[in-house]
Design a protein around this ligand. Structure first.
Ligand code: SRM
Ligand code: SF4
Length: 557
């Protein structure tokens, strides 16, 4: 539908099933990098070339190559791991990465600082742990995320199975990943494998699916191309309400880019959900913008053609219609923290991991837990970790090991805060995030305590740029980097993830952020109605106007 195509389209087309020159590049020991075009292709293999931005200036001065290394992201649908898999990932981080594991907002693990010569051994280690990194990045369907509700075992088993089958079903069919990283390079002809769903140029852009089980909206189900809201009747999932066209990313100063919450378009019974998702993917494959990558996500396709036309096309491709949506009610996006008792008598410990970074004593301590734990490890979309399925007899031992981690009790604010990675590894960061938020939270905790809000849960999220990796536009307090030490402050999103925020103040430094929030905390403590959430309060009292749709996000700037 578009004459012009972005450069990435040609790279994908010529890649022989995402192989490109990756294998050759790995053998080139003169540089720590790989060829530019191949850096686009490795993304489909879950691998990003990065450089240590803390060292950039010094190395440029010394006329040295940038300090290149790679980030590798594992594919873990629903975030569920065995303890043995956790140990496998731990060992890779210790031996091949920078000694940390980074839990992400999409329930996976990232390794940072993997130098080129360690890349293949790291990926072989991931394969040996019965995992892979296929399609963890790139213009494909990404890791499918699902609510973390092990305390409701039947429902959790159901959505975990769905997350896995959706992920498998939508994977690229190319064998390139196994050939390049595991089996060793094979001589292949020009005929790459058929890609019946994705097509030979794959999707126009990344594509994301999330599953939520109300009242828990931990997956931020309205922030993804497809959001599946489980409808539970008589204790079982009968099907899903389907939301389409959510997304977070935007670019500062470009109002035709914006975050958008998905629209619920109908209900589909559980046996048809794979088909519905596949058809939505194919519409985006065929209708998505392949000329301008800034407008290539499904949210822009839907804005361009209109929701009605999109739904009509979906019904045509399905050859049946979705039925009207069924009622559901969300309550929260955050994780419970601490022990949670399951319906079947097993217990689950939701461990708060600040900004998802597992290193030092926590890394060692979790390995010790994995060595004795007989249940599962579950990564959450809030960058936390659940030691799941702890039998009654094992709880004392796990508790003792958790105690040894020496973790201080996190405040209500800190438990509900998330930051994206940003500096030093993220090439797109305009400001700090993961390294900056903990200190800011300490200042905000003091402010909250001053107004008697120490026990109040308020969702705070920070990102180092407007791409929105920690979903900041769905946080009651969102901070988005604009330049070194500067952040735009967004307010007014709903605690249950159903409403976006709006810009409140621009380009604030640390002191400016505190100065902006202190009077709001004071007013909230004084004037709120019973159980009123902070995000709702700032709207009711006229501090900010509610956003009604994605396009409205920049209105009244
Ligand atoms: Fe993200 C790009 C980190 C979740 C929107 N994201 C990046 C890159 C790969 C930077 C790059 O392209 O060079 C970051 C790597 C940093 C590093 O050093 O590790 C990065 N994104 C992350 C993670 C690790 C943040 C975290 O702290 O947890 C999350 C990994 C998820 C995963 O495991 O798959 C992560 N990214 C998200 C989310 C949240 C989500 O998916 O629920 C979003 C917003 C939702 C959305 O996609 O709309 C998100 N990331 C982006 C974007 C903007 C995309 C857009 O179309 O608007 C980019 C930039 C891009 O794609 O061009 C990006
Ligand atoms: Fe990097 Fe921006 Fe994503 Fe943060 S939000 S990880 S700075 S791309």
């Amino acid at each position: 539908m578009h004459g012009r195509r972005s450069a990435n389209e040609a790279i994908k087309e010529a890649s022989r099933g995402l192989r490109g020159g990756i294998a050759e590049g790995l053998r080139d020991h003169i540089t720590g990098a790989i060829a530019d075009e191949d850096t686009q292709l490795t993304k489909f293999h879950g691998i990003y070339q990065q450089d240590d931005r803390d060292l950039r200036a010094e190395r440029t001065k010394k006329k040295m190559e940038k300090a290149f290394s790679f980030m590798a992201r594992v594919r873990i649908p629903g975030g569920v791991l065995t303890p043995q898999q956790w140990i496998g990932l731990h060992d890779i981080a210790a031996e091949r990465g920078n000694g940390t594991l980074r839990l992400t907002t999409r329930q996976t693990v990232q390794f940072h600082g993997v130098i080129k010569s360690n890349l293949q051994p790291a990926l072989r280690g991931i394969h040996a742990a019965l995992l892979d990194t296929i399609a963890a990045c790139g213009d494909v369907n990404r890791n499918v995320i699902a609510s973390v509700v092990p305390q409701r075992p039947a429902l959790h088993a159901d959505i975990t199975a769905l997350a896995r089958s959706l992920s498998e079903h939508l994977l690229p069919r190319t064998r390139a990943w196994h050939e390049i990283w595991v089996d060793g390079e094979k001589l292949i002809g020009d005929d790459a494998e058929e890609e019946p769903i994705l097509g030979h140029t794959y999707l126009p852009r990344k594509f994301k699916i999330a599953i939520a089980v109300p009242p828990q909206n931990d997956t931020d189900v309205f922030a993804h191309e497809i959001g599946l809201i489980a409808i539970v009747e008589a204790g079982a999932i009968v099907g899903y309400d389907v939301a389409v066209g959510g997304g977070m990313g935007m670019t500062h100063g470009e109002p035709d880019t914006y975050p958008r919450t998905g629209d619920v378009i109908g209900f589909c019974p559980r046996d048809r959900v794979l088909d519905v998702c596949e058809k939505i993917v194919t519409i985006q494959r065929d209708w998505g913008d392949r000329a301008d990558r800034k407008h290539a996500r499904l949210k822009y396709t839907i804005e361009r053609v209109g929701l009605d036309r999109f739904v009509a096309e979906l019904h045509t491709r399905l050859d049946y219609e979705l039925s009207p949506p069924r009622p559901y009610a969300f309550e929260r996006t955050g994780d419970p923290v601490g022990w949670v008792q399951g319906e079947d008598g097993t217990a689950h410990h939701f461990l708060f991991v600040e900004n998802g970074r597992v290193g030092g004593a926590m890394l060692d301590g979790l390995r010790a837990i994995a060595a004795v734990h007989e249940g599962r490890f579950i990564l959450t979309p809030n960058q936390n970790l659940v030691i799941a399925d702890v039998a009654a007899g094992a709880r004392t031992e796990i508790d003792a090991l958790l105690h040894r981690l020496g973790l201080a009790q996190a405040s209500a604010l800190r438990r509900n805060a998330m930051a994206c990675v940003a500096l030093p590894t993220c090439g797109l960061a305009l400001a700090e995030s993961e390294r900056f938020l903990p200190g800011l939270i300490t200042l905000l905790e003091e402010e909250a305590a001053r107004h008697g809000l120490a026990e109040d849960e308020i969702i705070v999220r920070m990102t180092g740029c407007p791409n929105g990796c920690a979903r900041p536009y769905l946080a009651e307090i969102g901070l988005v980097g604009t330049g070194p030490g500067r952040y735009n402050l967004y307010l007014g999103a709903a605690f249950d993830g159903t409403r976006l925020s709006k810009l409140y103040q621009r380009d604030l430094g640390e002191a400016g952020i505190i100065a902006a929030l202190a009077p709001l905390f004071a007013a909230y403590a004084r004037e709120r109605t019973p159980r009123e959430r902070f995000g709702d309060f700032v709207i009711r009292t006229g501090r900010i106007r509610a956003t009604t749709a994605g396009r409205d996000f920049h209105a009244e700037l």
